[in-house]
Design a binder for this molecule. Structure first.
Ligand SMILES: [Zn+2]
Length: 365
């Protein structure tokens, strides 16, 4: 097993192109060509975690937060970031960060939070737009089935829980081959008419290269005609935050207690509890206060996140129980999520969860 195999699997869970523009997710140190001796999963790839990996004979750290976030101008060990990078290079330990791309998929960081609270009917709170494209290909009827299947197998045609979605319209294609052509049907220099199907299928933008390659591979023409169109449809499988329903309504106090128990919290910073019961809950792991207004508009009675600043609590407009449970606390179960995925995919392989609590925040009680 090479580091590259692990990276490919992680990228199938959370495509790197889904990371936010400011992010730096991906393989930060090490090489995809290295033989992997085992994986240590953590929220932060600090020096302590790198040394833990070394001690346990694991040469890959899969972390949620990219330890190298903005540029490094010196690497002399003065900062915690430099020390982590130095240790990773010194001991040949690769660091892979799966960050906002894992925040943005429906089965990512927030799904794990929702699972702790028992939420049902979960949806993305703020779906992303401009991530969907459509392929229109024009295929002779004889080859329509094989081309359509190839597009599906490359990942096209998924809408919600439906797969193999396409639209197929019959029509007549015309073409005249120039000098040196060998048309699949007809003769060069003479206009040919062919019964074709226009096959339409939707696909996520990052699959474009695969989808087009699959279509071209199975299309019989020398110069297949096709169009790719960018769609402005929302895509509710990708985006920020999650919203869902509690199995039963509860009082704000009971809800805060549920949070405290499920996330093992010693303290919660929250707004004045509303008078009404909590049923619809929005959440966002990490720093999610940018979603408070969206949570309100979506009808949530509570919004759970971390890193909320003083003025941002006012955004709850006294209508929403805004609960700041802490950044690390909100994301802690991401370690289980990643470890479960990795050990499920590579069952004979060492996948360990870090024993280091990397949370830099302490509470004086
Ligand atoms: Zn975070």
């Amino acid at each position: 097993m090479q580091i590259g195999d692990i990276v490919r699997f992680l990228e199938s869970l959370a495509p790197p192109s889904l990371q936010e523009g400011y992010d730096n997710a991906g393989l930060l140190t090490g090489s995809p060509a290295w033989e992997c001796t085992g994986i240590l999963v953590s929220l932060d790839a600090t020096e302590e975690v790198i040394l833990e990996a070394k001690e346990k004979g694991l040469n890959m750290v899969v972390a949620h937060h990219p330890i190298v976030f903005s540029g490094l101008k010196k690497i002399n060990g003065k900062t915690y970031v430099e020390r982590a990078v130095i240790a990773s290079i010194k001991y040949d330990i690769s660091i892979y960060a799966i960050h906002t791309n894992l925040d943005n998929v429906i089965a990512g960081v927030n799904a794990k939070m929702a699972e702790r609270l028992g939420l049902v009917n979960c949806k993305i709170l703020q779906p992303k737009t401009a991530l969907l494209r459509k392929l229109f290909s024009f295929v002779p009827v004889s080859h329509a089935e094989i081309v359509r299947t190839a597009i599906f197998e490359a990942g096209g045609g998924h809408i919600g829980d439906y797969s193999e979605c396409s639209f197929n319209a019959p029509g007549k294609g015309t073409f005249k081959g120039g000098e040196g052509t060998t048309p699949f049907v007809g003769e060069p220099g003479r206009r040919h008419e062919e019964e074709e199907l226009k096959i339409e299928a939707i696909f996520p933008a990052w699959l474009e290269r695969n989808i087009v390659a699959a279509m071209l591979k199975h299309h019989p023409y020398e110069e297949p005609a096709y169009d790719i169109v960018q769609l402005s449809n929302e895509w509710n499988a990708v985006g920020s935050g999650l919203i869902g329903d509690l199995p039963a309504s509860m009082t704000p106090t009971d809800f805060l207690q549920l949070l405290k128990d499920q996330f093992q919290l010693s303290v919660i910073r929250h707004t004045v509890p509303p008078a009404h019961a909590i049923h619809k809950v929005a959440l966002c792991g990490g720093a999610g206060s940018f979603l408070t207004k969206t949570a309100l508009a979506a009808g949530a009675q509570a919004f759970v996140t971390g890193d909320v600043k003083y003025h941002e609590f006012f955004d709850a407009e006294s209508r929403l129980l805004l609960a700041d449970i802490g950044h690390w606390e909100s994301e802690q179960f991401t370690i289980d999520l990643l470890a479960d995925h990795l050990s499920g995919k590579f069952p004979t392989f060492a996948v360990l969860k870090t024993a280091v609590k990397t949370n830099p925040v302490e509470y004086f009680r």
